[in-house]
Design a protein around this ligand. Structure first.
Ligand code: NI
Length: 250
């Protein structure tokens, strides 16, 4: 059985969430972890987590929320961290893809949430885009563990994160023809990897361009199975084990 360690499941994207959950079960996905990463989606994901037994959540403010996240919203986040379905904080981090105009705000927001992760001893799910060095330098200041969501860096960067106690989130990108991610997976091995879809985004081949869903996790598992020449059941077992350990799902 597989675990999708990172997806977004909003009513505006998926009209029929019952169907998504049903299809997950039919395709061997035992658990999914939904990321609520804006004020609105945190509220929505909390509601979903009450409704579905095999759905867990991470909550936290994405760097794109840096300008709109005030103290009240941070207090709201903190008030939900002891909820038993909340298994981590994220996705949080830094994103300079559209510029560094709000760099300071992003860093403040990131560090505030890392402090919460330390305080409540929760793992973090990291979003880092065009910001590798700053992300690493900030993470080094805190005693946290977690997942580098949608990892897309070099082997060298992968090794730095792993040495800091992080797992790499590998998703649909590994099925893309122009991706070099396979080199990282071959190099670091299954021990440091968890699977994720980031649905509704980043749909794996051959469904690229269509809406993504957790039910496609086995495609990513198959791809890694072929790359490493390991049975797909073994890929499922080891990556699910890694996910259960980091999020304390057992
Ligand atoms: Ni995401």
């Amino acid at each position: 059985m597989f675990i999708d360690t990172h997806c977004h499941l909003l009513i505006e994207d998926y009209k029929d969430i019952d169907l998504v959950i049903k299809e997950n079960r039919e395709n061997g996905i035992s658990k999914i972890i939904v990321s609520g990463c804006s004020y609105e989606s945190i509220i929505e994901s909390l509601e979903l987590s009450e409704k579905y037994e095999d759905l867990f959540i991470t909550i936290g403010y994405h760097p794109s929320e840096a300008k709109t996240t005030d103290n009240n919203r941070l207090l709201f986040l903190e008030s939900k961290l002891k909820n038993k379905k909340v298994v981590g904080i994220g996705e949080i981090g830094l994103d300079y893809h559209y510029g560094k105009e709000d760099e300071k705000l992003q860093k403040n927001l990131f560090e505030h949430q890392l402090k919460l992760a330390e305080k409540y001893q929760l793992p973090v799910v990291i979003h880092s885009r065009d910001a590798t060095m700053d992300t690493i330098n900030i993470l080094k200041k805190y005693k946290v563990k977690g997942i580098i969501h949608c990892f897309s860096g070099s082997i060298e960067t992968a090794k730095i994160y792993i040495s800091m106690g992080f797992l790499l989130g590998i998703g649909g990108v590994i099925t893309f023809k122009n991706s070099n991610l396979y080199k990282v997976v071959e190099n670091v091995g299954l021990e440091h990897i968890v699977l994720e879809t980031d649905s509704p985004y980043l749909t794996p081949e051959p469904f690229r361009g269509k809406q993504n869903s957790s039910k496609y996790i086995p495609i990513i598992g198959e791809k890694i199975s072929n790359l490493l020449n390991i049975p797909v059941e073994e890929v499922a077992r080891i990556t699910s084990n890694n996910a259960s350990n980091i999020f304390d799902l057992n």
